[in-house]
Ligand binder design. Structure first.
Ligand code: AMP
Length: 243
């Protein structure tokens, strides 16, 4: 029975799934489970930007300062990056966007891209174009967010996310999977966290109204164990086109 469910998820059209919420809401953690279930890629603009910063690319040099201060990178840079990524073949059945869009202009740009002819042509064969977007808002209390952000540790090798308060590794600071030393993100320091949450309130929160107005926003309670949340999101993805 379990195997049948998994197959159904893999073969169904997923379309564009947007995980929406403040920093620390668990978007990355949820995305990692969802990509296993649905076999579509996770597109995390934060991860792509961090990778560019680490490799010292032109894009990384432009983004570095904004990221270090907790501000948003320009819409132009981020939309360009997403556009390149969505054109790749592995996005044909759909994709999980984590951390994008983060401003109303980014959301408007995405709407246009998803409707544009080239995208329809490119992915029409796979049938993903007719599937309406599912925007999942993960709602978490402010104090809980602070604890999640200050306690977050990431494995630089496999990308697994831990939390020293809620989900510690078996051995302190060491990844359970591959033994790498866990890292704290540079922007998970308290003074930067405050700025990131401010940017969220001012620039990203208005998106909730934007998607609610289109009837595409689905709220889930993010103050629960990760498995319960992922189950609810999976069901929204499977039935989102009929909601
Ligand atoms: P995240 O890993 O999603 O928390 O993103 C880390 C940082 O990357 C953010 O604080 C921003 O500086 C930048 N960033 C990520 N996604 C976006 C986006 N969609 N728009 C603008 N800046 C972004």
């Amino acid at each position: 029975m379990q195997a049948e469910t998994t197959t159904a998820k893999k073969t169904s059209q997923v379309g564009a799934v947007i995980l929406f919420g403040p920093p620390g809401a668990g978007k990355g953690t949820q995305a990692k489970q969802l990509i296993q279930m649905f076999q579509v890629p996770q597109i995390s603009t934060g991860d792509i930007l961090r990778d560019n910063v680490a490799r010292g690319t032109e894009l990384g040099k432009k983004a570095k300062e904004c990221m270090a201060s907790g501000a948003l990178v320009s819409d132009e840079i981020v939309c360009g990056m997403v556009s390149d990524r969505l054109r790749q073949e592995d996005c044909a059945r759909g994709f999980i966007l984590d951390g994008f869009p983060r401003t109303v202009p980014q959301a408007e740009w995405l709407d246009t891209l998803l409707q544009e002819e080239f995208f329809q042509k490119r992915h029409a064969r796979a049938g993903a174009t007719g599937v309406p977007q599912v925007v999942v808002s993960i709602v978490v209390e402010y104090n809980q967010l602070l604890q999640r952000l200050t306690g977050r540790r990431t494995c630089p090798t496999c990308g697994r996310i831990y939390n020293v308060h809620f989900q510690p590794p078996r051995v302190a600071d060491v990844c359970d999977v591959d033994g790498s030393r866990l890292e704290t993100r540079r922007d998970d320091r308290e003074e930067v966290i405050v700025e990131r949450l401010k940017a969220y309130e001012e620039q990203t929160l208005p998106l909730a109204k934007y998607y609610r107005g289109k009837g595409r926003l689905f709220e889930v309670d993010g103050n629960r164990p990760a498995d319960a949340i992922v189950g609810e999101i999976a069901s929204l993805i499977e039935h989102g086109d009929r909601l």
